[in-house]
Design a protein around this ligand. Structure first.
Ligand code: GLA
Ligand code: ZN
Length: 685
């Protein structure tokens, strides 16, 4: 029986409708469970299920012998209840027989210790042996299911880089790394020049002399580390491509995606890995310490990965098993997280997982069904959403989240700051987190939508009135030129502290902000890296904005054409600029020399946004998110109350609740964690 709501996707149109379902492990329970599972999934309104990404040992119990029966029957059972399947290529967990026969596939850490089997992700992407076994299993799967209309697409592997597996230090990787360096630099002399190996007399006469950055007595050359991280991404990009080549040939009508991890994951450059995919997906876990704004930013990161809608391949149901603390979801939180994802451009939601597992490493992880196979609170919320979706799906088709503000993001810049944080409290990505979430939280609190895009010369910025560079540590001449054109053409640019400190090779091109110094009209005379107990404050030169506390990182700015926008209030540099602004061509370039939060960017944006004609679609109380998706059938406003208490929202123009059909106008109350989905305009937008 075909599911009444949804047609089979067309290869050229990945999103003909909304996909809704779960991550399912038929291999975890006897087949006698499957019929009832599928019935309950259909009852919840599901039309898609992901299976198989950790099933290599069940698909190929011994080398060359495949057991397809169970998988065929699982797919058939799901299809009979109106669900289609996303098949995972099972390469994130090579089976024991493979490791026993070929231990050389195992990854190696920086101390040259083997990282053993028994869990997952225990493989080196450069291992020729593992690449060959990967070709075999993916070919076998693609030959069997590549033309099967019950299978709509493929997830390659699972969370590349997870468990800190973005880098391998084995001898195969060492040889590949040297070849990679030869291709990148041409001669050892060019590499020595780019890396500055004369420092600490590390001048290499030949490629063979270049080590992997194995554990060493003191700090490695940062350029060496940066290139090794780039090599790690290139290793996985090539490893992924061998799977994609097989699927494109044998499964041409089925989409290919991968499931990425939440902020602050940066094990690999996910832009490079996402390039050949049809769309991206990510695993939406609100881990301990995250905030609704950080989750929103992650949605915007993954929408911006390909500037198109995406899926949530794993949607948290309640507690996870891997965080420092693992609270259960509060009533309404499943809906809050799901509708927030949809509001930010998700066209697919799959819950992780269908059922709590009674064995294995994730025994403590929540599922839609509990250990006794009973529906949980999460299942009930998922079922209500499943009933609402068919009413909303027509308005979602072809709709996207618009934005006039772009934040540029770059993994290599984050790696560079990881390599040299220059402040203990700014290590582990904290510089980037502050520099991104400072402006992002201020924009989010004002319901000003944002796209987070790759910081690259080819990224088109013409649609954006404001572009923000959050600690974009590496800026080369080409990107600097593109940003200059953007500002000259009328754009407004905000560069934050530590932006432009190095060029792409990791060399300091001159006093910061380096290649952006001329565009910004400022030089960083000194950067003061302070312990947390030595604070300062800044006050704006314009407007009635009081002083704002700042900590950890303060750049003493020397305008070379720009004028002060804010000045320090304390220390020997009191009165000196902490932020500047310069009119350039038809635009403006701002530089913010502190790592400030929303308390700084809020007043700054309240001063700046009206000048740029950027307006919030709706003012809401703190913790209530208003987000719009726009498409051929109209504008849909999502009102999300992230608070644990009711909040009152004023809607200036009447709207229709898409789910209940109610008319909405004026002031209404949103309950704790309540969501409303409102049609605020109909017809093409
Ligand atoms: C990740 C993985 C899943 C599972 C979940 C648990 O997203 O992709 O296999 O481990 O985390 O939250
Ligand atoms: Zn290796």
């Amino acid at each position: 029986m075909n599911h009444p709501q949804y047609a089979h996707p067309n290869p050229e149109r990945v999103f003909p409708m909304f996909y809704y379902g779960c991550d399912y492990y038929p291999e975890h329970r006897p087949e006698s469970f499957w019929e009832e599972d599928a019935r309950r999934m259909q009852e919840a309104g599901f039309n898609v299920v992901r299976i198989g990404e950790f099933a290599w040992a069940r698909i190929e119990p011994t080398e060359g012998r495949y057991d397809w029966g169970w998988l065929d029957r699982a797919i058939e059972t799901l299809y009979r209840y109106g669900m289609r399947v996303v098949l995972g290529t099972p390469t994130a967990a090579p089976p024991p027989w493979l490791v026993a026969a070929h231990p050389e596939i195992l990854p190696v850490d920086m101390y040259r210790r083997v990282r053993h089997a028994g869990s997952r992700r225990h493989y080196c992407p450069n291992s020729p042996t593992y690449q060959e076994y990967t070709r075999r299993i993916v070919t076998a799967l693609a030959e069997r299911y590549g033309a099967d209309e019950r299978v709509i697409g493929w997830q390659i592997d699972n969370e590349f880089g997870c468990h800190d597996t973005g880098r391998c230090y084995c001898d195969v990787c060492a040889a590949r790394f040297r070849e990679w360096l030869r291709e990148r630099y041409g001669t050892p002399e060019a590499l020595n020049e780019a890396w500055g190996t004369v420092f600490w007399s590390a001048v290499y006469r030949s490629w063979d002399e270049i080590p992997l950055p194995w554990a060493a007595p003191a700090e490695h050359n940062p350029a060496h580390l940066l290139d090794f991280l780039r090599f790690g991404t290139d290793s996985f990009r090539r490893y992924q491509q061998l799977q994609i080549d097989i699927l494109r040939e044998r499964a041409p009508g089925q989409f290919i995606t991968h499931n990425y991890m939440p902020f602050p994951s940066r094990e690999l450059d996910f832009y490079d890995l996402a390039a050949p995919l049809d769309f991206v997906s990510w695993d939406n876990y609100h881990f301990y310490g995250a905030t609704p704004a950080l989750v929103a930013a992650t949605h915007d990161l993954y929408w911006g990965m390909k500037a198109r809608n995406y899926w949530v391949m794993e949607q948290q149901v309640s507690q996870v098993n891997w965080a420092p603390y693992n609270p259960v979801f509060r009533p309404g939180e499943v809906g809050l997280k799901v509708w927030q994802a949809v509001a930010h451009g998700a066209d697919g939601i799959l819950y992780f997982a269908w059922r709590s597992t009674t064995r294995g490493a994730e025994i403590y992880h929540s599922g839609l069904l509990d250990y006794d196979n009973r529906p949980t609170r999460g299942y009930e919320e998922a079922r209500q959403i499943g009933q609402a979706l068919p009413r909303l799906a027509p308005y979602l088709e072809g709709s996207t989240p618009p934005a006039e503000v772009a934040i540029l993001h770059d993994y290599a810049s984050r790696w560079s700051l990881d390599i040299q944080p220059h402040n203990r409290d700014l290590a582990d990505d904290e510089t980037f987190r502050r520099a991104l979430m400072g402006p992002y939280e201020a924009l989010w609190a004002r319901n000003v939508p944002v796209h987070i895009l790759r910081a690259a010369p080819e990224t088109d910025l013409s649609a954006y009135k404001l572009v923000i560079l959050p600690a974009l540590n590496l800026v080369g001449p080409e990107l600097a030129r593109r940003l200059g054109d953007y500002v000259q053409g009328g754009g407004t640019l905000i560069a934050t502290a530590r932006t432009g400190f190095k060029d792409e090779s990791g060399r300091v091109p001159g006093q910061p902000p380096g290649y952006l110094a001329e565009l910004l009209g400022v030089k960083v005379a000194e950067f003061d890296s302070l312990p947390p107990d030595r604070r300062n404050s800044v006050r704006f030169v314009y407007g009635p904005i009081g002083s704002v506390p700042v900590s950890l990182w303060m750049e003493v700015l020397q305008p070379t054409g720009a004028r002060p926008l804010a000045v320090y209030e304390g220390d020997f540099y009191a009165g000196k600029p902490a932020a500047t602004v310069l009119a350039q061509g038809r635009g403006r370039a701002l530089y913010v020399g502190v790592l400030a939060g929303a308390e700084f960017y809020g007043p700054l944006l309240d001063w700046l946004l009206p000048q740029l004609g950027i307006h919030s679609p709706l003012a809401t109380p703190e913790g209530v998110e208003a987000k719009v998706r726009v498409g051929p059938r109209g504008r849909v406003l999502f009102l999300l109350n992230h608070n644990d208490r009711p909040a009152r929202v004023f809607l200036p123009t009447p709207a229709t609740d898409v789910v209940t059909g109610e008319r909405w106008a004026g002031e209404r109350e949103l309950g704790a964690r309540e969501v409303r989905v409102l049609l605020i305009a109909t017809g093409p937008q």
